[in-house]
Write a new protein. Sequence first.
Length: 519
Amino acid sequence: MNPAEWLARAAQHTPEAPALLQGTAVIADYAGFAQRVAGIAAAFADAFQLAAGKRVAIFMKNDAAYLEALYAIWHAGLVAVPINAKLHPREAAWILQDADTRLVLASPDLASDLKAALRDADLTSCQLLEAPGPAFDRLREHAPAGPPAPMVRDTLIWLFYTSGTTGRPKGVMLSAGNIAAMAYTYFIDVDAVHGTDTALYAAPLSHGAGLYSVMHVLRGARHAIPPSGGFDAAEILALAPQLCDVHLFAAPTMVRRLVDGARASGSSGEGIRTIVYGGGPMYRADIVEAVAVMGPRFVQIYGQGESPMTITALSRAAVADREHPRWRERLASVGRAQSCVDVRVVGENRQLLGPGETGEVEVRGATVMLGYWQNPGATARTMRDGWLATGDLGFLDADGFLTLVDRSKDMIISGGTNIYPREIEEVLLEHPSVHEAAVIGRPHADWGEEVVAFITPAAGASFDPGALDRHCLERIARFKRPKAYFTLGRLPKNNYGKILKTELRRILAEHDGDGGSRS
């Protein structure tokens, strides 16, 4: 099923229903939304000669034009390549090259630097179009295309790049069938959606928030972009009562800031019906406080790019329950397997483990990816006999609740965004003053974790954190840059030469009083 077909049907059934909103202002009804999408889809073929299956990237901040571009890509039978707008232009250019992208739609304030990065990479096959902007407006006005392109279950429609332990991102291939199964499961395991509801996009549309647009299009609901274009707790708390029946996807750090804002203003989150939280661990004390301040508005999901938003869910009732004798343990879990998947925990030899036994979490089902783009080796390592190896460690209890206890990959989650240390370590090691580097996460009250680096300086080199900052900012996104640097004569290693990050965490806990060196 082509998701753009759901938009076309919503336009048939409720053409005058509000569809796209900027704050509380209606930009387009469903008839207008569908017509714009059909025009852009036709322009993709006529103006850019894009045939079905070609990749079109979106390097945009949150905007109604993002949703128009996304559904136009699908309407035309193309593959969407969403790119986090916080990435460095060089990182975005690498993704565009790897995906053999023919067109990228970029926010005006990102376009200039991206254009320069494309020139530096000699990437002449990829055209760039600013959106929103006059050129994008002309695409909207193009004569509409016919019906959405037909798709089957395994048609590739979403190529999402997720960082890997090698330091280079991998392209997760999601199919029309994966996205449809995700939508259906949302209605069963997460929340209902009605035509009078509003999806409020404060989290990046390039990630889970964008995927969650599908179920709201399917039901003919409203899609609102906050005036700020991002997450602002006070703004959301003020908007929600005006929009009513708001659905919001938020990282745990966003939930923390919403709760703090609600407590400070005396609000209980009026107008917000559901906050789906995921993308990182949520401390039990924080979610207990969230329910106490804002009421039973919360649902937790656990997923990965390889099985988006769809491994487990902790229902609204379970999050709010304080009567069950094991409610504390359940609240510390990530819930039970969603309806479309099987979830299990296996040992080192992939033997099935019983309740309470910790091992690697595996999942299989209709939402699990087709594989990694042009990377059969990584696909074979991750997909084992139909099971997706998540790299997360956890255990199931006798009632099927999954509790995550660690990450087998040394991933840092800051503000709901995954950051992989090796990528940053490789950048640091390019600097002539650095002999060894190791990156770990440090707890942060607002962001969950922040990046810190341990450095062994090169012989005879002076340690200059400002120079390392500048070096990083020229190569990676600002949010990945270490927030503190610590120097050691040598990094702790085991007998095989592997850096002991557990020892670094111990050192950090004992000696982090001064916050590390900063420029």
